[in-house]
Design a protein around this ligand. Structure first.
Ligand code: TYD
Length: 401
């Protein structure tokens, strides 16, 4: 199947179909009997600009609204990560104006606000925007697009930094976004964004990074092409360890900043990344993980062993719905996010419970859905291991640890 690229209108060839999937962050109340929304989750690659993207788009209002549950503050590692980013932005110019797209609960901007630096968060999900505002962050409850950008520019002046973490890849209508960036960015400003990196996703076979909200899987090559088409330049890239491997892209207006050697090095590394040979190999490994995980969980159930999920991630929706994992295979999922607790995970109907339930009593096996936070979680849950508990992971392959 071929669709039209959302960046360059080139032909997008599908290479992986992950089936019928629900909204990954729609945690239902147990008494909610309304039918769930489903769409077909499939991913393809543009033959012209190499952008990897979903072939079907979920309307943004279905995903980002008052009840959107994800909060950035749920991980100590991420809080520290965003504090470090904020400090760099604060020091980027005299009296800078820092705008964040999709500021979520204000985890990054809070540091900027506390330093008395001019800032604005743009966040369409009302509940998490309220958390940011309660922490002293200036927030506009809105989707960022060209008109919003012009409005902000008229009211607040040009932005020295426009930043987006785990947000830009969520937005299919990139033309409006980049025209907005052009309208809002100061002549020597930077547009910085970080998202899961296609290179890491392919290398680790982390197929659960593919879900409704992750419309694009960026690479240096596809971002470079995208920037050029919109009068911007990719001037720097940083590889990040967070969220299972991300890249932070720095864009500027042409000629404003020299392009670093890191950009050329990553482009060279990616020579074959968007090829059908590599992407078809990825798709085949996904099917192997699916078969192995189903076999392991079925075997454990037959042996009467309890399995509890750890971290009701958006990513886990892709895994449970692709593999047909329900409460018969995974008893419940523990998660620290209040807005997810005592609800049912999307599609699978697996109950979500507070972390205290994990230890009451410890199950023999825990399926680590939040594998991208493995270090933090395993350190925190040492007592689970000490009690004889075993972790099950499926990235980069199914293993019992
Ligand atoms: P995350 O992997 O950050 O993102 P996504 O939902 O986009 O896949 O989600 C981590 C989830 O795991 C989040 O719901 C919070 C939860 N969590 C815990 O329950 N305990 C922890 O120690 C950590 C770090 C996260």
């Amino acid at each position: 199947m071929t669709t039209e690229c959302r960046i360059c209108a080139g032909p997008v060839e599908e290479f992986l179909d992950l089936g019928r999937q629900p909204l990954s962050d729609a945690f239902r109340r147990p008494d909610d009997t309304r039918p769930e929304f489903f769409y077909r989750l499939a991913v393809g690659v543009c033959g012209t600009c190499s952008m990897v993207q979903l072939v079907e788009e979920v309307p943004r209002e279905r995903m980002f609204h008052e009840d959107y549950p994800y909060v950035s503050r749920g991980s100590a590692v991420m809080r520290e990560h965003f504090r470090g980013v904020a400090e760099r932005f604060i020091a980027i110019a005299d009296d800078p104006f820092v705008v964040e797209l999709g500021c979520n609960d204000g985890t990054m901007l809070r540091t900027v606000a506390e330093a008395g630096v001019r800032h604005l968060g743009v966040e369409p999900s009302g509940g998490v925007a309220d958390l940011a505002a309660a922490d002293g962050v200036r927030v506009r409850k809105d989707f960022f697009e060209e008109a919003t950008a012009r409005d902000i520019r008229a009211a607040d002046g040009p932005a020295d930094v426009i930043y987006a973490a785990n947000t830009l890849c969520h937005i299919p209508y990139m033309g409006s976004i980049l025209r907005g960036v052009d309208a809002l960015l100061a002549p020597d400003g930077v547009f910085v964004f970080e998202d899961p990196y296609l290179g890491d996703i392919v290398e680790k076979t982390s197929f659960d990074q593919i879900y409704d909200e992750h419309f694009f899987l960026f690479s240096a090559r596809s971002v470079d092409e995208m920037a050029r088409r919109h009068g911007l330049e990719l001037v720097d890239v940083e590889r990040l360890a967070v969220h299972g491997g991300e890249v932070r892209y720095w864009l500027a207006r042409p000629g404003v900043r020299p392009r670093t050697a890191a950009v050329d090095a990553l482009l060279a590394e990616e020579a074959e990344l968007a090829s059908r040979v590599v992407l078809d190999g990825f798709a085949n490994r996904v099917q192997k993980i699916r078969a192995d995980l189903v076999a392991l969980l079925t075997d454990l159930r037959e042996r009467g062993e309890r399995v509890v999920g750890y971290g009701a991630t958006a990513k886990s929706a892709t895994v449970t719905n692709l593999c047909g994992i329900g409460p018969d295979l995974v008893e419940f999922i523990c998660d620290t996010t209040p807005a997810k607790q005592h609800r049912l995970a999307p599609g699978s109907g697996i109950p979500v419970r507070p972390p205290a339930d994990f230890a009451d009593p410890y199950p023999p096996y825990a399926l680590l859905f939040a594998w991208n936070h493995a270090e933090e979680i395993m350190a925190k849950e040492r007592a689970f291991r000490d009690a004889g508990g075993k972790w099950i992971t499926y990235v980069p392959e199914v293993r019992v640890l």
